[in-house]
Design a protein around this ligand. Structure first.
Ligand SMILES: Cc1cc2nc3c(=O)[nH]c(=O)nc-3n(C[C@H](O)[C@H](O)[C@H](O)COP(=O)(O)O)c2cc1C
Length: 342
């Protein structure tokens, strides 16, 4: 129903407006979605224990969709096994000027240059508090907190921004993601270099170790890293003993695109990214000897795409662009395929 009825209507409008529109529909009429959508698959065999957390199924929502933690309950009702909020920054910021989100329909892709638009970490915490009240309940959804730095913070002071977000969010999320791979905050990707990245991750991991109970810290990387840089990432993850890696964020590559919007500035996501992000997962998994868990994300538009990422070494997967193009049914399709494969 989504692809034949709903998507053709939504795709007639500006993508960012549609994003906010669907948000308010889900927020206010989420109960209707429950009536129309197939019931999320619940099966013990889909449960996964990864970095000490128990996921009800391995299909999550990637960062950037629910940046401000406004909709995690409704999204959880669609069947996601976990939701990643953010990227959050210490202070609220508006992001880049509009227009900053573009559909590439013929390529089943998106280009975005949102630039970490978010209400700031404090606002998100107020919303997350409601989830932590459900702590004892079985329906509590696992939430990852994806953190970044404000645009105005120079890279030399970036560690401080990540520290602020880490400390403030600590009681309210289940795992952390250190985002140094968005192409839309000037020079952010330079923090992926060995020296600043080791410093950033060891600072956060030391803060983590001071807590009575640690939370998993993951690093989210770009698909545009060279093999040499990926080998550095493996060393850094091992050295700092963080819990794992999310591969990958959006790409700067523009290979083989045909859509009108192909020359827009920003990060490209969706089908053109499928192969490269799977390659990165396989490389990290093989070269590290499966030393740490990987969450696979990038161009999952079908159950087969997800299975390939799991086979390449991912323990869990996440969706963003595929969720927009294929609709919420994709979550069930992937979970069904995983069960069928058992
Ligand atoms: C509009 C948009 C906004 C995004 N915002 C973020 C973000 O704030 N933080 C982040 O780590 N990734 C962000 N991403 C990247 C996604 O989480 C994901 O890594 C990427 O899109 C590749 O997956 P996909 O091909 O399934 O979309 C964003 C992606 C899109 C399309």
């Amino acid at each position: 129903m989504y692809k034949t009825l709903i998507r053709p209507i939504l795709f007639k409008f500006d993508p960012e407006e549609v994003h906010y529109f669907t948000f308010s529909i889900l927020k206010n009429f989420g109960f209707l979605a429950k009536l129309f959508l197939p019931k999320p698959i619940e099966d013990k065999r889909l449960e996964r224990e990864v970095f000490g957390l128990k996921f009800k199924n391995p299909v999550g929502l990637a960062a950037g969709f629910d940046k401000d933690a406004k909709l995690f309950n409704e999204l959880s009702d669609l069947g996601f096994g976990f939701i990643e909020i953010g990227t959050l920054t210490p202070k609220p910021q508006p992001g880049n000027d509009k227009k900053r989100l573009f559909r590439l329909k013929e390529d089943s892709a998106i280009i975005n240059r949102m630039g970490f638009n978010n209400d700031g970490v404090d606002e998100a915490i107020e919303r997350l508090k409601k989830n932590s009240l459900r702590q004892a309940q079985t329906d509590k959804i696992l939430i990852g907190g994806n953190i970044g730095k404000n645009k105005i913070t120079p890279n030399e002071e970036a560690v401080n921004d990540y520290k602020i977000c880490f400390e403030k969010l600590f009681p309210y999320v289940d795992y952390f993601v250190v985002n140094v791979s968005s192409p839309n905050t000037p020079n952010l990707r330079e923090l992926q270099d060995k020296k600043p990245l080791t410093e950033l991750l060891s600072t956060l991991q030391n803060l983590n170790l001071e807590k009575p109970k640690q939370k998993p810290i993951l690093l989210k990387i770009a698909p545009d890293l060279t093999d040499e840089q990926l080998l550095d990432i493996i060393d850094i993850v091992k050295e700092t003993q963080i819990a794992g890696v999310i591969a990958t964020n959006t790409t700067l590559s523009r290979e083989n695109l045909v859509s009108e919007n192909k020359s827009e500035t920003g990060g490209l996501s969706g089908k053109p990214l499928t192969k490269r992000s799977t390659e990165v997962i396989r490389f990290l998994s093989e070269k590290s000897g499966k030393a740490f868990p990987i969450i696979g994300v990038g161009g999952i538009h079908s159950a087969q795409d997800a299975l390939e990422k799991l086979e390449a070494g991912a323990s869990l997967v996440q969706l963003y662009t595929g969720f927009i193009y294929e609709g919420p049914e994709l979550i069930n399709e992937i979970n069904k395929a995983i069960l069928k494969q058992l």
